[in-house]
Design a protein. Structure first.
Length: 592
């Protein structure tokens, strides 16, 4: 039973399979949770819900009449948008809605925030173009105060997304989905919201732990640089202040935490953090945040093999390839509970890590990983010019098509992605490239990534064109685990394997051919093959693997090699046996 706004005709579009959470979507209260847990303000206004939409030829003016209603923030191609239409490179997508500023915000500046819009967004307030943003995976904001009317205001967003017809990062999105390539996602796909702030306010909080010195390094950025304005950072443990430092905005503050409780996968201990900005003793802005102390490093073991360590202890990192797609919302989970579900289920399976594959999630996903205690390898979404199928087959085929514009865009978007996750303790590995898809300047890119964030490890090319750079050598092999390369100077990992397919009638995306690297007919056969592969992997841990990634968390569209069906309604393997096998693999590294 879907909840429908009495004043609209909204309902999920199409007849594709859906998750159980789709029925909980209420167009009057869509994704109501505060969207940015690392910088949380007490006052805000959620703009999710029903907007007007139109699709026009690219380059056309704002249409006089719109086509109908769309449920934001679900992408237009998704069922939960209520539209389920393709857009493409020759068209533009328009959004429109009215909003009013709460009277309690009088005298404040108003910030308009977007969680993510794929790909190029132009934003208009009261028919004035106030700004633009390129990048489908990262948040952006505008101070819209100068453009506001006294009462009702008009907000319009124009989006262009060429998907695989241009150079931008897009991950698995294509205009003709099949095999390992999925439905394109266009437009707003994360929460849109308003916040009241002072003329100067906190824009970013970067916190990096230094476990060796029991210190958290915190840098607070503000909208305006003024030496008269002071930031005050407090770290709290169960409500008690355990560290405090003050300084001007942009300076690195070092907060000493005595006898800290370290964050790890068994005890994901988080400290609360409060940050305030003041001028001449008057508070201008206050936000809530959190932090953790944890260390990720590498060290050669007694057998001369380079191993990854968490808090100076060897830890075999084992997790699924997680694509982050939903049959009803595509890039957007139907509810926050659904977003959390996959993470909790990953831990139930006995894994301690997730490789977030060529996609970036909303900030709340990383928050849930921080809270649940699961490590994250964060991929850069692949892209660039050229046919994605040829790139997959031949590896790095896009390099010859790489232009200065696409190169500059890559680093701009990659930097924004790193900035999004840089304060999340769960994120411990950056992965700039996957399997040669758009891979270029590998050594430079790995070095740039490491210099921008030296606190984490860099996996320069997961299964790609390998270069002697970064911290990790990552090979892929399907279906079974196999070691065919080894680097004595770096950590060696199996970045993808498995892909054991099991189609489940009633839970399939389409009726045409479904696909897995190998396929079986029932749960027992599929589980037996999984356990057999885990046994093979245990032997390879002894030989030098320090991590492994199994493909994959769920089925996705035509792929049926998930541990769960695409609608998350069926666990396809025997969970207890998978958990037992996974824990045995993880414990093999420290087996005496």
């Amino acid at each position: 039973m879907f909840l429908v706004n009495a004043h609209s005709q909204w309902s999920p579009a199409g007849d594709k399979i859906k998750t159980k959470w789709a029925e909980q979507v209420n167009p009057q209260n869509v994704l109501p949770e505060y969207p940015r847990p690392l910088i949380e303000r007490s006052q805000w206004s959620n703009l999710n819900g029903l907007w007007q939409y139109a699709v026009t030829d690219a380059g056309a003016a704002e249409p006089a009449a719109f086509d109908g209603e769309i449920l934001v923030p679900f992408p237009i191609e998704s069922s939960l948008s209520g539209v389920m239409k393709e857009v493409g490179a020759q068209k533009e997508l328009w959004y429109k809605r009215d909003f009013t500023v709460p009277t309690a915000w009088k005298g404040k500046n108003v910030i308009l925030n977007f969680g993510a819009v794929d790909w190029k967004a132009d934003v208009f307030v009261n028919d004035i173009l106030i700004g633009s943003h390129k990048g489908g995976y990262t948040p952006f904001s505008f101070d819209i105060t100068p453009f506001l009317a006294a009462s009702k205001n008009k907000l319009v967003v124009r989006v262009w997304d060429p998907t695989d017809r241009s150079f931008q990062p897009r991950g698995k999105q294509v205009s003709r989905p099949e095999g390992i390539w999925y439905t394109a996602v266009t437009g707003i796909w994360q929460t849109v919201w308003l916040e009241p702030v002072a003329a100067n306010y906190i824009t970013a909080v970067k916190n990096i732990p230094d476990v060796d010195n029991s210190i958290v390094k915190v840098t607070v950025s503000t909208a305006k640089c003024s030496l008269a304005d002071i930031v005050d950072v407090k770290i709290l443990d169960k409500g008690k202040v355990v560290a405090e430092a003050k300084g001007v905005a942009g300076s690195e503050l070092r907060l000493k935490v005595n006898n800290p409780v370290l964050w790890d996968t068994e005890n994901p201990y988080l400290y609360d953090m409060k940050v305030s900005l003041s001028s001449s003793g008057k508070t201008l802005d206050e936000i809530k945040s959190y932090t953790a102390l944890r260390k990720i490093s590498v060290k050669r073991d007694a057998n001369g093999i380079m191993r990854m360590q968490l808090n100076d202890k060897d830890l075999f990192q084992y997790g699924p390839l997680d694509q982050g797609w939903w049959p009803d919302g595509l890039y957007t989970a139907p509810t926050d509970e659904a977003l959390l579900y996959d993470i909790k289920k990953t831990k139930d399976f006995g894994f301690n890590m997730i490789r977030k594959h060529v996609k970036v999630e909303p900030a709340r996903w990383y928050y849930h990983c921080d809270k649940e205690g699961i490590l994250v390898w964060q991929d850069m979404p692949s892209g660039d010019l050229g046919n994605p199928y040829s790139q997959h087959q031949y590896g790095g085929g896009a390099d010859k098509n790489r232009t200065q514009e696409s190169s500059d865009n890559y680093y701009r978007e990659w930097k924004e992605i790193i900035n999004l996750c840089i304060s999340n303790p769960c994120v411990i590995v950056w992965v700039p490239f996957n399997e040669g898809w758009g891979q270029f300047k590998t050594e430079y890119t790995a070095e740039w990534t490491k210099s921008y964030d030296p606190s984490r490890l860099v996996n320069p090319a997961s299964g790609g064109n390998h270069r002697r750079c970064g911290d990790i050598l990552d090979i892929h092999n399907y279906p079974n685990p196999r070691m065919f390369l080894f680097d004595a100077e770096r950590v060696n990992v199996l970045g993808e394997y498995g892909g054991i397919g099991l189609p489940k009638e009633g839970h399939l995306w389409w009726n045409k051919s479904n696909w897995g690297y190998v396929s079986y007919k029932n749960e027992d056969e599929t589980t037996a093959e999984y356990v057999k592969f885990a046994g093979d992997l245990k032997e390879l841990v002894k030989r030098g693997f320090s991590a492994a990634v199994y493909t994959q968390t769920t089925d996705v569209e035509g792929e049926v090699n998930g541990l769960m069906t695409y609608d998350r309604k069926v666990v396809k393997l025997t969970e207890a046996k998978v958990r037992k096998a996974n824990l045995e693999v993880i414990n093999e590294l420290n087996k005496k």
